[in-house]
Write a protein that binds this ligand. Sequence first.
Ligand code: ASP
Length: 299
Amino acid sequence: MKHLIDIKHLTNDEILQITELASYYEDHVPYGTQKKKQAGSVALLFFENSTRTRFSFEMASKKLGFSAFNFDAQKSSILKGEGFFDTLNNLNAIGCDIAVIRHSKEGFIEELAKNEYSYGLSLVNAGEGKASHPTQALLDFYTLKKHLKTVENKKIVIVGDIIHSRVAKSNIELLNRFGAHVVCCSPSYFEDWTLTSAKYEPNLKTALKDADAVMGLRIQKERIETRVPYAQYIEDYQINETNLPQSAILMHPGPVNRDVEISGALLDSDKGKVIIEQARNGVFVRMAVLDLIYEGVKR
Ligand code: ASP
């Protein structure tokens, strides 16, 4: 694996290899300690806001014994007019082996990956526009497997702003590959008509019936130009203590807008704990991704 750009570039075996290595790290790297390893340098280039993903990649890098460097776009030479490829090539020459990139432009990271970098830089997609967020899908898969053992024949319901969600797109792609029944539930203004690979059910109660896992999504305010009817949305689509099936696990990629997509009371109950566990699992999964990329490329 030289880069990680999209779930579609990974084979099922590679996905399972990532979850197995993540599980190894979860068991063998106690929280708060570092694995001693002679290793590489990771540049974190985030052009959209992030808390979990950026910290998670930084934590994963440090636990592996890698160095992690945060790129400050506002103070960088990109503002002096330097092109992105030239910036990456220079960071690579300075010693960065892997660039973890978050950007709003879809297809941007794949374009960058077509370039030859002087010292073989690897690129990792940390969330790209509305299109893809592969490491989120991998950590969600890891979390689902921990709770449900397998996703095969499990009903996984994704609720909310599907059309603007890169998390939904990457999850649907991955979960379909492993035999899950994915159902998307949203008002029509958040439905993605191009998504033919998941069932669509507009009624929340019907969608949630017999669900094994329910994933809430944040309304992506930063990608929406029209007004969202919040009060009606909350009334029809909020996941709460009364509509979440007892047996279903509750997930959310974060950040959660409390009392919008999920009620505060549900978040504060035992059901809310898996969402925090997702953030924790993300570190192990990203360790696995960085490790496989670093080991996979003969440096
Ligand atoms: N953190 C996730 C993302 O970057 C979900 C969200 O922002 O709502 O896509």
